[in-house]
Ligand binder design. Structure first.
Ligand code: PEP
Length: 252
């Protein structure tokens, strides 16, 4: 690993209620990732405050899995950026493909949420990804460029310095997914780098570009070694704290 900061994080998705989440956070509390690695965990909302408390003085950052774009109001069932910030979280996942697929998340809502997150001092972790149809038709890059440009539309140069992007092919995620091959990820990330480089032209900040989708102990190093990959976003393979620490520890 060279000078770049490597980001390695996991979303627990709809797993771990408070009791289980607190136990997992305690297991991670004194973990020291190798130099140059920034790690994070993203619990479900009902465990967020507890996990933030346990990990307050740890090396790990804590995030939320979703949020609404308004600060407050008549939006039954939703959670806002100020609520997440008040819990002590510093990251918020926006636009995960499961939200786009099952809960009507669109490029437009992603953009509004990115602005709201930045307004409240959170780092948006924007998830983008091509479907298997888009992959088969050879238009992955077009989809990713569109999702990225709309997500970041209107974001100031200063705020771009707090954005994270995760490339997560829909066809690579979850039990039915197959990990994207490293050369493909490399090509995608290099093109994505060009898209974001255009947007950060003035400030020259390096937006971390993470890869996600069936990352495991077997392939994590292949992805992290790629020049335009700044880390990985992991699901299943990192839910157990011992597995998470082993994954992070293996990348140095
Ligand atoms: C994800 O859903 O963001 C993800 C990366 O999941 P998995 O690692 O389980 O494929």
């Amino acid at each position: 690993v060279d000078q770049k900061t490597v980001w390695i994080g996991t979303s627990w998705k709809m797993n771990k209620g408070p009791a289980e989440a607190i136990a997992a956070a305690r297991a991670l509390e004194s973990f020291q990732p190798p130099e140059g690695i920034q790690s994070f965990v993203i619990p479900p909302f009902t465990s967020l405050r507890d996990v933030c408390s346990v990990l307050e003085d740890s090396a790990l950052m804590v995030g939320a899995q979703n949020m609404h774009w308004e600060d407050s109001g008549a939006w039954t069932g939703e959670v806002s950026a100020p609520m997440i910030a008040e819990c002590g979280a510093s990251i918020v996942e926006i636009g995960h493909s499961e939200r786009r697929q099952h809960f009507g998340e669109t490029d437009w809502t992603v953009n509004r949420k990115v602005h709201a997150a930045l307004r409240h001092g959170l780092r948006p972790l924007i998830c983008i990804g091509d479907t298997s149809d888009e992959f088969d038709f050879g238009v992955s890059q077009e989809t990713l460029a569109r999702q990225t440009k709309i997500a970041l539309h209107g974001v100031s140069q200063k705020d771009l310095g707090r954005v994270l992007i995760a490339y997560e092919p829909v066809w690579a995620i979850g039990l039915a997914g197959r990990p994207a091959e490293a050369p493909f990820v490399s090509e995608i990330h290099t093109k994505l780098r060009a898209v974001v480089r255009d947007m950060v032209a003035e400030s020259g900040v390096r937006i971390p570009l993470l890869y996600g989708g069936s990352v495991s102990q077997a392939n994590i190093r292949d992805y992290v070694a790629l020049p335009d990959v700044d880390g990985v976003f992991v699901g299943r393979a990192a839910w157990e704290p011992a597995d998470f620490m082993k994954l992070v520890g293996s990348v140095s």
